[in-house]
Write a protein that binds this ligand. Structure first.
Ligand SMILES: [Zn+2]
Length: 290
């Protein structure tokens, strides 16, 4: 019951809109999770109580770059990864490489990920080649191939096949999936090549980067009233002016807009101070961490 006393005040702290005084950086991943009922806080930036860790290997998948990645998330997110891996295997696809989920308490990851803060995001690589049996040491430093090489205006044909399309399609149909981010070149490739049922293209959204992986973003799990979902995706398959916006006249992808002068890094919700603890400090009182 110590946890109940700890968790309930967090909801009270969610009142008001002021951000944490601490910039969203420098979370100590070594602290481990805060045990307790699932409690996801925030919109974009945020934190999580009750996160679970994805096993580093499971049927149809293995994580990569484990020493510099984090594999914690809401149970719904872990279920999504395991479901996708099982479905991909059943469809005859190659084993999946899984990248970052979130830190054990959420918050910003050391690699600069702005998302991945609340246990509802995961990166899945689009490498559909048969996977050799690699040693843990090799997996720990693996860099899967890019589907959209830097400077390219088309997908690399050697890294694109019907298997890639099948994997993305399967991912869009996972329970609770809110949206799926890929490089605009990948979105355009899908728009130009998918025939028949195109309704699943709706959840495939273009974004910067994502040249070799897709980012799965799950909706806030049921009952998570302190977790704020993103705005709904506009209706349609997205193969329209909203996609064309991403491209320069020469077919290259736009550069991200520069940050406005004086822009501050995104801040965390105040309630996350109690979950994450001050940077470098001991776990918050009442928290059971490991
Ligand atoms: Zn991601």
């Amino acid at each position: 019951m110590r946890l109940a006393r700890f968790v309930l005040p967090l909801a009270a702290l969610m009142l008001g809109h002021a951000g944490s005084a601490r910039a969203a950086s420098g979370i100590d991943a070594a602290l481990g999770p805060v045990r307790g009922p699932l409690h996801i806080i925030g919109a974009g930036t945020g934190c999580i109580v009750g996160a679970e860790q994805l096993p580093h290997q499971g049927p149809g998948y293995t994580v990569i770059r484990a020493p510099i990645s984090s594999f914690w998330g809401a149970p719904e997110t872990l279920f999504g990864v395991e479901t996708l891996a099982a479905e991909a295997r059943a469809a005859g696809l190659a084993e999946l490489y899984v990248g970052d989920l979130s830190g054990p308490r959420g918050g910003p990851l050391s690699g600069g990920h702005v998302a991945h803060q609340r246990g509802v995001d995961v990166d899945i690589y689009l490498d559909m080649q048969p996977k050799p049996d690699l040693s843990p040491a090799t997996l720990n430093r693996l860099t899967p191939p890019l589907v959209v090489p830097y400077g390219a205006t088309q997908v690399d044909p050697s890294q694109w096949s019907s298997a890639t399309v099948t994997l993305i399609h399967l991912a869009t149909e996972l329970p609770g999936l809110n949206r799926l981010l890929v490089n605009p070149v990948i979105k355009r490739q899908l728009c130009e090549s998918v025939t028949g049922d195109r309704s699943w293209l709706h959840k495939v959204r273009p974004w910067w980067g994502h040249r070799g992986h897709m980012h799965l973003h799950f909706a806030c799990p049921a009952g998570q009233t302190d977790c704020v979902d993103q705005a709904p995706i506009p209706a349609g398959d997205g193969c329209d002016a909203s996609l064309a916006w991403w491209f320069n006249p020469d077919g290259s992808v736009r550069m991200p807009p520069p940050a406005p002068p004086g822009a501050k890094p995104p801040t965390l919700p105040v309630a996350c101070d109690a979950v994450l603890g001050p940077a470098g400090a001991a776990p918050p009182p009442g928290a059971e961490a490991d």
